[in-house]
Design a protein around this ligand. Structure first.
Ligand SMILES: N[C@@H](CCC(=O)N[C@@H](CS)C(=O)NCC(=O)O)C(=O)O
Length: 218
């Protein structure tokens, strides 16, 4: 049985929700292990043996470990094509991966600058500047996702709920931590409410113990 190591509310939610979609489509169950990032569990010797990068997610199957969201999700799609997580027509699949890759290689690291400014600058003033600059950039990215949502059919990658929809949910939640009021992105907020109501997504959120209400007005 596959096992996913995830951090509650972290980017690992993307493969986590995908595993729930696979379970409902095929009946194949999976195991999970919560990794408490705020406690530094990702830097324990046992975890570093699975992923020397000290990051979630990690997918383990037959004693072998795989890291990187895009690689894990590509593997899940190829192993369970019947779950319909990515289009099969080559051009459509490439377009879907293009959106997904942008989320992973641009939007996600922008938030990492908000969350962990100490990884990108030394000194308090410089770190505050990194954080402020990255939070403004992150908002621009959320606006771009809101524009993508206007063309969703009805999900971001097409007819089936998939990786980009799960990432969109994660980013709007993170936006709340960066001081971005989801009500200021109404179409995005309505879309994420719809994603969260999907039974597979609701199961993954319940297991992680997360809700959408991360924004607290100052
Ligand atoms: N490029 C990696 C990024 C993974 C990543 O940034 N994981 C974060 C959580 S969203 C993490 O584990 N952070 C722990 C830390 O920074 O110590 C992927 O796609 O899997």
């Amino acid at each position: 049985m596959m096992k996913l190591y995830y951090g509650p509310g972290a980017c690992s939610f993307v493969p986590h929700a995908a595993l729930e979609v696979i379970k409902s489509a095929t009946g194949d169950d999976f195991e999970t292990q919560s990794v408490k990032l705020h406690k530094g569990e990702q830097r324990s010797p046992e975890y570093l043996a699975l992923n020397p990068l000290g990051l979630v997610p990690v997918l383990v199957e037959d004693g072998k470990a795989l890291n990187q969201i895009v690689a894990i999700c590509d593997y899940l799609d190829r192993r369970y094509p019947q779950a319909g997580l990515l289009p099969t027509e080559p051009w459509e699949r490439a377009q879907a991966l293009s959106s997904f890759a942008w989320m992973n290689n641009t939007v996600h690291p922008t938030f990492t600058h908000v969350f962990r400014p100490a990884n990108f600058a030394t000194g308090e003033a410089a770190q505050e500047d990194v954080k402020r600059f990255a939070a403004a950039k992150f908002r621009e990215h959320l606006e771009r996702i809101q524009a993508m949502i206007a063309h969703a059919t009805p999900w971001l990658l097409g007819a089936r709920i998939s990786f980009a929809d799960f990432y969109a949910l994660v980013f709007l939640r993170w936006g709340g931590f960066a001081g971005i009021d989801p009500a200021s992105l109404p179409a995005y907020q309505a879309f994420v409410d719809r994603v969260a109501a999907h039974p597979a997504v609701a199961s993954a959120m319940a297991r992680e113990g997360i809700k959408l209400d991360t924004y607290k007005p100052a």
